[in-house]
Design a protein around this ligand. Structure first.
Ligand SMILES: Cc1cc2nc3c(=O)[nH]c(=O)nc-3n(C[C@H](O)[C@H](O)[C@H](O)COP(=O)(O)OP(=O)(O)OC[C@H]3O[C@@H](n4cnc5c(N)ncnc54)[C@H](O)[C@@H]3O)c2cc1C
Length: 315
């Protein structure tokens, strides 16, 4: 095999992709490469975490975005033809992956949840959710390079092995991009980024009035977590910001704990948190679908249960 490439925006994403990239490259005896912007210190860190080689891209100027790296990556991919290119399934990553795939004329498995290869290592076998999370689609890629975007937190970060050796290779400057940044503005957020939260308390339509959301917020506070919601709470009632909505048309989250309060657990919602480490729910209907996804469930009225939980947790 000619190698596995990782192209990510930051250290956290790179280490997660080094975990799956490392597993695949060890099994197939291929090399694992990471693309990185300028930082040689970071390159040594990635080598200790499993990279065999790190390609250093030249620094960007003020008016350039990450897009400026795409032509260089394409040239390298056309010369070296890697077996697999892994990119995080973030907004920017997905955009970059689609553009690279189109330019090197290969397929792309978007938001891939599982990745392996067939017995003789000829094809990559990738899995992703389809039909709003109701089905798992298996994508078999027989050509090279295969490409996949992988949602953040799908894999644990790779571990470092002190003193591990690898190569650092400087790549030549890229051709000037036709896209120039004229101005940068910080996006105003009404709330915290729930994709970053380790603990989420999710409000569903079982909460009767806007004022009662405060009860869920109290629980989130004692747990040192953040508040999230189902789509009706954000889009129909406008009680919480749309960016707090979890699901198919909302955010994909992978917290350590998801706790649903008065959430029925329809597939379009569950698909957004099914990779949470622990799923818990409070619902007064014992047949609510959320209990099928939950590790722990309390059948009860949230107006009775939540104050008791808060009181217990405060002790
Ligand atoms: C194309 C498409 C995309 C969609 N995308 C999303 C998405 O991204 N995210 C999303 O969330 N939804 C999405 N939906 C909507 C989704 O199908 C559900 O309608 C929605 O998730 C239901 O929200 P809910 O659980 O808050 O409300 P409900 O389904 O009304 O459930 C309320 C639950 O609260 C329980 N309850 C009521 N009172 C109490 C109480 N006092 N104590 C305890 N439990 C109580 C009830 O038993 C019930 O189970 C999408 C739908 C479509 C068609």
């Amino acid at each position: 095999m000619a190698g596995i490439w990782i192209i990510a925006e930051n250290r956290e994403q790179t280490l997660e992709l080094l975990r799956i990239g490392g597993e695949l490259s060890t099994k197939t005896g291929t090399r694992l490469s990471v693309f990185l912007s300028q930082d040689r210190e970071r390159a040594r860190d990635y080598i200790e975490c499993g990279a065999d080689e790190v390609f250093i891209l030249p620094p960007l100027t003020e008016d350039q975005s990450l897009d400026a790296y795409i032509p260089r990556i394409i040239v390298e991919a056309q010369q070296d033809v890697p077996d697999l290119i892994l990119i995080p399934a973030t907004a920017r990553g997905k955009d970059m992956a689609a553009r690279i795939a189109a330019r090197i004329d290969t397929g792309l498995c978007s938001s891939c949840m599982a990745l392996t290869f067939d017995d003789n290592h000829a094809s990559f076998v990738m899995e992703r959710l389809a039909y709003g999370g109701a089905a798992v689609q298996k994508v078999v890629c027989t050509t090279r390079p295969a490409m996949a975007t992988i949602p953040p937190r799908t894999y644990e970060p790779a571990d470092a092995v002190k003193g591990r050796q690898g190569q650092i290779i400087n790549l030549p400057a890229h051709s000037p991009s036709t896209v120039k940044i004229l101005e940068k503005k910080v996006k105003e957020r009404e709330s915290k980024d729930i994709t970053e939260s380790r603990l989420l308390v999710c409000v569903g339509r079982g909460v009767e009035k806007k004022e009662d959301v405060a009860l869920a917020r109290q629980l989130a506070d004692v747990l040192h977590g953040e508040l999230a919601c189902t789509r009706p709470i954000a889009e129909e009632y406008h009680w919480l910001a749309e960016e707090l909505c979890i699901g198919l048309s909302g955010a994909q989250v992978e917290p350590d704990l998801y706790l649903g309060l008065g959430v029925s657990g329809q597939v379009q919602h569950v698909t957004g948190f099914r990779n949470a480490k622990v799923i818990a729910a409070v619902n007064k209907d014992e047949n609510a679908p959320i209990f099928k996804a939950a590790d722990f469930g309390i059948v009860g009225d949230l107006y009775d249960v939540v104050p008791k939980l808060i009181a217990e947790l405060k002790k």
